[in-house]
Design a protein around this ligand. Structure first.
Ligand SMILES: C[S@@+](CC[C@H](N)C(=O)[O-])C[C@H]1O[C@@H](n2cnc3c(N)ncnc32)[C@H](O)[C@@H]1O
Length: 219
């Protein structure tokens, strides 16, 4: 499997990324949050590669009993996620921190559900992350991984780019030039099955649709 060198979203791209995700809260994160909340068996959720935190926030808005932790490698995004949680009035039930999904500080069996949107394809060591999902899940708990997130197809690119500041426009140009040498990859179903076979997950389901893989694994 080929590996991307830059795993996290660069700090100077965080504000640009946040602007894009903000445009799809209703059309994407709300839909995924509904799906997750209607399948909740436990009240503790961990969101890996949370970005600006919109998925945990939409989940917390829909379920008052739930506690969601979100982690990401990009400091700037975690700071934005914390601010967004305060603005949404859910900061008492949603917690964000900078952490590597491949080296979680949480104890075994801490979460009822582990979720992630759009992170799998960015990982240097996806198997290590899936093993961490297994470790931190309670028995019977599930990991739901959506990848690549369908976010990009729903963004109004013209409106998004028009919202850039001068500085953001420069960073965006640099980033798109860099991306030419490091194109995004997406995993095929068979590759995901190979990854899961290297973990202790025995029960799993993979759905494909609208250009997004939805992977569900039960501990
Ligand atoms: C495409 S973004 C998706 C963000 C968010 N889930 C969303 O749907 O908007 C992928 C995120 O994963 C984060 N990421 C990549 N590798 C990571 C790792 N090993 N541990 C934690 N976060 C990681 C990146 O910094 C980035 O914010």
């Amino acid at each position: 499997m080929s590996r991307r060198i830059i795993e996290k979203i660069p700090e100077n791209m965080a504000s640009i990324y946040e602007k894009a995700t903000r445009m799809v809260i209703e059309s994407y994160y709300s839909r995924v949050a509904e799906e997750i909340v209607s399948n909740l068996k436990y009240d503790t959720i961990l969101d890996l590669g949370t970005g600006p935190g919109y998925l945990p926030i939409e989940i917390a808005k829909r379920s008052l009993s739930v506690k969601v932790d979100g982690i990401d490698l990009t400091r700037e995004l975690i700071a934005m996620a914390q601010e967004n949680a305060v603005k949404a009035g859910v900061a008492d039930r949603v917690h964000f921190e900078v952490l590597d999904a491949a080296n979680l500080r949480f104890e075994d069996g801490s979460y009822g559900m582990v979720i992630s949107t759009g992170m799998l394809h960015m990982l240097k060591d996806p198997v290590k992350v899936l093993r961490e999902c297994y470790r931190v899940l309670k028995s019977g708990g599930e990991a739901w991984i959506y990848d690549p997130a369908r976010v990009s197809s729903q963004i109004d690119k013209k409106r998004w780019k028009a919202s850039f500041t001068f500085r953001e426009r420069l960073f965006y140009r640099l980033f798109t030039i860099g991306a030419l040498f490091n194109p995004l990859r997406t995993y095929k179903r068979e590759e995901v099955i190979e990854m899961i076979s290297a973990t202790n997950f025995k029960e799993y389901w993979i759905e494909e649709g609208d250009g997004e893989l939805k992977i569900r694994m039960r501990r």
